[in-house]
Design a protein around this ligand. Sequence first.
Ligand SMILES: *[C@@H]1O[C@H](CO)[C@@H](O)[C@H](O)[C@H]1NC(C)=O
Ligand SMILES: *[C@@H]1O[C@H](CO)[C@@H](O)[C@H](O)[C@H]1NC(C)=O
Ligand SMILES: *[C@@H]1O[C@H](CO)[C@@H](O)[C@H](O)[C@H]1NC(C)=O
Length: 442
Amino acid sequence: MGYLWFSLSIFLCLSYFSVAEVVTCSGIVPMRYRNDKISITDFGGVGDGVTLNTKAFREAIYRIEHLKRRGGTLLYIPPGVYLTESFNLTSHMTLYLAKGAVIKATQDTRNWPLIAPLPSYGRGRELPGGRYSSFIHGDGIHDVVITGENGTIDGQGGVWWNMWRQRTLQFTRPNLIEFMNSKNIIISNVIFQNSPFWNIHPVYCSNVVVRYVTILAPYDSPNTDGVDPDSSSNVCIEDSYISTGDDLVAVKSGWDEYGIAYGRPSSGITIRRVRGSSPFAGIAIGSETSGGVENVLAEHINLYNMGVGIHIKTNIGRGGFIRNITVSDVYMEEVRRGIKIAGDVGDHPDDKYNQNALPVVKGITLKDIWGVQVQQAGVILGLKNSPFTGICLSNINLHGMTGSRSPPWKCSDISGAAHLVSPLQCSELSGAQQASTCSNYS
Ligand SMILES: *[C@@H]1O[C@H](CO)[C@@H](O)[C@H](O)[C@H]1NC(C)=O
Ligand SMILES: *[C@@H]1O[C@H](CO)[C@@H](O)[C@H](O)[C@H]1NC(C)=O
Ligand SMILES: *[C@@H]1O[C@H](CO)[C@@H](O)[C@H](O)[C@H]1NC(C)=O
């Protein structure tokens, strides 16, 4: 009998491990293997860290764009440091960084190209008018892979951060990588460091996979968000380490009256197995959500030394909606505030925003969240004239700084349910045993 049980359990274990596959969303973009390969050195590229390689990058990519080899072309970057000005990618290409390859942005900010503001923002995010092009840019392209053996894309953002600190910036700082109006994009096995502004910004895109990336920027570097899916659908962010000076992942969709008019939501966003630290948020939605954000799943998130663990933020004038958001299986350590959902966060593009454009926040499920050394557990503050509904909290344990006692929660202008969360100073959330009020939304 004992032996039988033993064999049976061994069998069950083995079959469990052989069938259990790691859950992944990366299948939304099939990996492409390219037969046609070229190297940046074929175009005069020199990886000495001094030579400016702008011409080499632009010519190599021009060649890919115009020769149109069947199945696309891989551009190989061998070990070495390749200094360059910004450049545009094209369709059907793989940018492949070998181990020890570094593509480094020039520090010459004066000749950095300017591009039009995003229509959903109406102006540059930081300053009125246009904005600097991202270091690596793609507009209206598809079937693009940036990958390799964990080579580095370095934005040398220090010069930009200093201009921001000294208030000498003329236009909005460049993102490290931006894809606009593009689809079927894979970014994997690359290290991104010292971005001037946001690191990876897919905007008006669909089917984007970001996985096995490392994103690094100093804790005090301004606005160095990790990955910001913006008015984009089907975005998969997995298995990555992000440690920057701002939100690790922030889902957005345009800014006030411009975002409302453009009306393009972010939807189908999956964030899974992401780790990191930052003085701002781990998983953020907003605050620019004027085109709407829906169907977001974030799970298996590990955060330490954080400002806010999970931050859902919007404002009066934003309009739009934030709905069907699920965040689960989060571990956080040393955080100022575990969870924040609020309708009074972020600035406005100008004074033309509509005071009556209230965001609708509905169907937010936060479950299985554990935190230690959390200064303040959570605040959920809806808007008086647009209460947040379907807020569901379940199995949340956030421990205080001194011991296992949980600091209290605060809330107002919300409705929903709470189960296994304490101490919750929130009569608005009913103590639903099976949390049935939540299942309507998630
Ligand atoms: C890069 O693309 C932008 C538009 O997205 C364009 O304005 C710019 O001229 C392009 N730069 C180069 C060097 O081709
Ligand atoms: C590159 O980094 C990823 C993520 O950290 C890791 O999973 C992978 O094994 C690394 N690959 C190589 C070739 O070093
Ligand atoms: C809610 O979002 C999840 C992804 O997190 C999605 O699978 C589900 O279909 C969405 N539900 C509705 C009603 O749209």
